[in-house]
Design a protein around this ligand. Structure first.
Ligand SMILES: *[C@@H]1O[C@H](CO)[C@@H](O)[C@H](O)[C@H]1NC(C)=O
Length: 177
């Protein structure tokens, strides 16, 4: 092939691959392996400085069962794990500080107003450029409207900075009644 006749896309791809190689010094000889069966572990991931200068790998597993006591009894809500970058250890982080599934009064009966089962939490985990802020989302989180009979998959996200002790929930499609 004559020099200069590479399609532009090929060059862009090559440049992309080269810069990726330079930017990430991935050790393939001494790889650290993490896995969780049936959980979609690795569906999303990012690096996060949980403490200053202490990077961890945050891994989403949107089909996972959770150990979060706030979500006890809820089927496969999904989970996010904090994994060591140099040892094969992960721990689940309990991001959701609210007790699910929340119930509200419908007349004189308490009925659920939300459903966190199969909400796909961990489908998105994304840090900012400095890796000190993190967003984790559950795009299939459902909220009930009207007389509790309209079920909308409004989705929800949790924001964290400086670790996972304090998180803030964002669910802008959820309307309070
Ligand atoms: C809520 O109350 C209304 C009116 O009494 C009733 O028709 C409806 O079925 C109730 N919804 C649920 C989920 O219990």
């Amino acid at each position: 092939m004559r020099a200069g006749s590479f399609p532009r896309v090929t060059w862009l791809l090559l440049v992309g691959l080269l810069s990726a190689t330079v930017a990430f010094n991935v050790d393939t000889k001494n790889a650290v392996l993490h896995h969780m069966a049936g959980s979609y572990f690795g569906y999303s991931l990012d690096f996060y400085n949980e403490q200053k200068g202490m990077p961890i790998l945050v891994v989403g597993a949107p089909e996972a069962e959770t150990t979060n006591p706030n979500l006890a009894g809820i089927r496969r809500p999904g989970a996010v794990y904090a994994c060591s970058v140099n040892r094969p250890t992960c721990r689940e982080v309990h991001v959701d500080k609210q007790k699910g599934n929340l119930k509200k009064l419908n007349g004189s009966h308490l009925v659920p107003i939300e459903d966190k089962a199969n909400q796909f939490f961990g489908a998105t985990v994304k840090a900012n450029d400095k890796h000190d802020k993190l967003l984790m989302c559950a795009p299939k989180y459902k909220y009930f409207y009207s007389k509790f009979e309209v079920i909308e998959p409004v989705g929800t996200c949790f924001y964290a900075e400086n670790g996972f002790d304090k998180t803030e929930e964002f669910s802008s499609c959820k309307q309070e009644r």
